[in-house]
Design a protein around this ligand. Structure first.
Ligand code: DGL
Length: 278
């Protein structure tokens, strides 16, 4: 890697973080980025706290070694299970001047403007749902607007995306089942957070089963605008981020499969390199 490059690192268990990166590339085209997908070990959603933390720390450490001063965990599961530990316990030892940010808080802040009646639904991985991060953060940052949060774990959705089964009849079955469960648990829900960065890739199927009057919040745009705000508030970090408009893609799995699927998701072709995390 060119030593002058200090890219912004974007990490996800697999392809989901591409839905966040896509918005970064749109909004901050002059910045350099590295995308790292741990496809070999995805999904993270059903893994324990210890394992998600261990894998996420490995990825963050690798991105730091590659020159990133700022890393975005473009993964709700990693944000829910590893972010706080990394920020509070690891960063002070590794390098107190580097930063790791997550994707849950931006979604929580954005939902305040989305909901009209305060009944909010969350679709997430089993790990994100069990962590209770969304209800806890909504209580803290929901501005008193959110009166009821209802969560639905969708453990099959990420494997469907990772296997590029985004429009098969089997996918429709699982999506409709989870949508029905959520809306039965609180029929007054008027807005739903897609609390997993893989889920926007299933949006056409999700929309088929979620009535039009219910708003769906995708994280890409809100996370991207929060990153812009963050860089404006922290010029010392902004100055560290190099700006040559480059993007590098790394995967822990087969690069041919990654490139084929990432090209479909991003809408333009990419080249990737294989990387080992340990
Ligand atoms: N994109 C990750 C998230 O936002 C997927 C987690 C998984 O690998 O299960 O939660």
């Amino acid at each position: 890697m060119d030593s002058k490059l200090q890219p912004i690192g974007v990490f996800d268990s697999g392809y989901g973080g591409l839905t966040i990166l896509k918005e970064f590339l749109n909004d901050l085209p002059e910045y350099d980025f590295i995308y790292l997908g741990d496809n070999a070990r995805a999904p993270y959603g059903s893994r324990s706290f210890e394992v998600v933390y261990e894998y996420t720390l490995q990825a963050v450490t690798k991105l730091f070694e590659m020159g990133c001063s700022l890393v975005i965990l473009a993964c709700n599961t990693a944000s829910a299970k590893a972010l706080r530990n990394i920020q509070q316990n690891d960063l002070p030892h590794i390098d107190p001047d580097r930063r790791v940010l997550g994707v849950i808080r931006p979604a929580v802040e954005a939902i305040r403007d989305f909901t009209r009646n305060g009944h909010v639904g969350i679709f997430g991985t089993t790990g994100t749902v069990l962590s209770n991060s969304y209800p806890i953060e909504l209580e803290k940052w929901g501005g008193g607007v959110v009166v009821r949060t209802t969560q639905e774990a969708c453990p099959i959705w990420v494997p469907l995306v990772e296997n590029n089964e985004i429009s098969s009849p089997g996918t429709e079955y699982f999506v409709s089942k989870n949508v029905q469960n959520l809306l039965a648990a609180d029929p007054e829900i008027d807005s739903i957070i897609l609390g997993c960065t893989h889920y926007p890739l299933l949006l056409p199927v999700i929309r088929k089963f979620v009535p039009e009057n219910i708003k769906l919040l995708e994280q890409g745009k809100v996370v991207s605008s929060k990153l812009i705000e963050y860089l404006n508030r922290h010029p010392e970090m902004d100055q560290k981020c190099s700006k040559h408009g480059t993007v590098r893609y790394y995967t822990t799995e087969n690069i041919d499969v990654f490139e084929k699927n990432a090209t479909t998701f991003l809408g333009h072709s990419i080249k990737s390199e294989k990387i080992l995390l340990k």
